[in-house]
Design a protein around this ligand. Structure first.
Ligand code: PLP
Length: 382
């Protein structure tokens, strides 16, 4: 079995002296003392360190998550609809391992998060990739690819890498397609709480819930929205009977999500801090996105891009028809700034680069200053 898809991202995420990385999808956020003290409190409670928790997650935590998610879905969610996992990545693995039989097909949209392919491969399934370039024909193109072997469609909105968000019509049509064809709708919502310009941030979840009903499986993560990628915590929402099956895979793979992370999240809920912390982080990310975009505007002869309305990345097209891998390698050599070439995200990513605005403001400014300086004053290369 060959798993290579995300190697470009991993290769470029290695920390090295003097190199500034805008390559990794990490929200770097400095917690204030109130939050840090909650974490210290959890560490002092030995049960948060030495024990496993209930396999599906601490009961009280699942109750809080269910309540929080009820507000988002505008329907009653029970704790037994929730399975707490080691981040979204383990959630995806558990879902694919549970749903897929050998050669079952999963439809996904390109450019895509490369681990989708790895996860589908691990579960002996087959990916069916659909380009989003012909946007008007998207739903028709999905329809054409549905076969007897189609087990699921995976949607990731806003997406990694392009920050793509479908419109209400597209969401509804895809949900109806899933329902009518008895196909699971796996919604990777890793970035769903990082939407920047919407009146109703939960509209996609609501449409999926309403039109795909028992076929809707939501994969959620706190990595980006709370800036805790290292704590490895996320959850799955699905019908109870499906959660019961997925929980078996979760037990086999990881027993339970890290106890310390679960207790920390529980503290955030108990102290009514979760929503306000998410809001602060989101506002901070809007500022970082705007700083990055204003710097990119100085380089309009090099890049063309749309300001992302969600997620953590700018996905910029190289206007001079350059090879994206060559461009990123060259940039790393001349400026010591690391970005990810778009081809890491499939054919549709060729000729693009992904720039993360999860890094702290001063890091984004320093990195972009180096790039602007390099292209405006080529003789001054670092
Ligand atoms: C689309 C997508 N899904 C899942 C993940 C994994 O997230 P987690 O840290 O929760 O495992 C990522 C991480 O970058 C992602 O971009």
């Amino acid at each position: 079995m060959k798993l290579i898809a995300s190697s470009e991202i991993k290769k470029r995420s290695i920390k090295q002296e003097g190199i500034i990385s805008l390559s990794q999808g990490i929200t770097e956020y400095a917690f204030d003392d109130e939050i840090k003290n909650l974490l210290i409190k959890c560490i002092k409670d030995e049960s948060a360190i030495f024990s496993y928790t209930e396999q599906s997650g601490i009961k009280q935590l699942r109750e809080y998550i269910a309540k929080w998610f009820s507000d988002k879905l505008r329907r009653n969610v029970d704790k037994d609809n929730i399975l707490v996992t080691n981040g979204a990545i383990t959630a995806l693995a558990c879902v694919f391992l549970t749903l897929l039989n050998p050669n079952d097909e999963v439809i996904l949209l390109s450019p895509y998060y490369p681990s989708f392919i790895e996860q589908i491969t691990l579960a002996c399934g087959k990916e069916i990739i659909i380009s989003t370039k012909e946007r008007k024909q998207l739903v028709e193109n999905i329809k054409k690819k549905i076969s007897q072997n189609t087990k699921a469609i995976i949607i990731n909105c806003p997406s990694n890498p392009a920050g793509m968000l479908l419109d209400k019509n597209e969401f509804q049509q895809i949900a109806e397609l899933c329902y009518n064809n008895k196909i699971f709708l796996i919604s990777d919502e890793t970035y769903a709480d990082l939407l920047y310009d919407n009146d109703d941030d939960d509209f996609a979840r609501n449409i999926f819930q309403q039109y795909a009903q028992e076929y809707y499986i939501a994969i959620n993560s706190f990595s980006k929205s709370l800036g805790i990628s290292g704590m490895r915590i996320g959850f799955i929402y699905a019908e109870k009977t499906i959660i019961t099956e997925i929980a078996k895979a979760n037990d086999a793979i990881s027993i339970c999500a890290p106890a310390l992370s679960q207790y920390f999240l529980l503290q955030l809920f108990e102290n009514d801090l979760l929503v306000s912390l998410m809001k602060k982080i989101k506002n901070e990310l809007i500022e970082r996105r705007d700083i990055l975009c204003s710097q990119l505007d100085l380089l309009h002869e090099l890049f063309s891009y749309k300001k992302p309305i969600g997620g953590l990345y700018v996905f910029a097209e190289l206007t001079k028809n350059e090879n994206d891998i060559f461009f990123c390698d060259n940039l790393l050599q001349t400026t010591k700034v690391s970005l990810v070439p778009g081809s890491a995200f499939g054919e549709d990513g060729k000729g693009y680069i992904r720039i993360s605005f999860g890094a702290k403001k001063e890091v984004i400014i320093e990195a972009m200053d180096r790039i602007v300086d390099c292209y405006k004053n080529p003789s001054k290369n670092i």
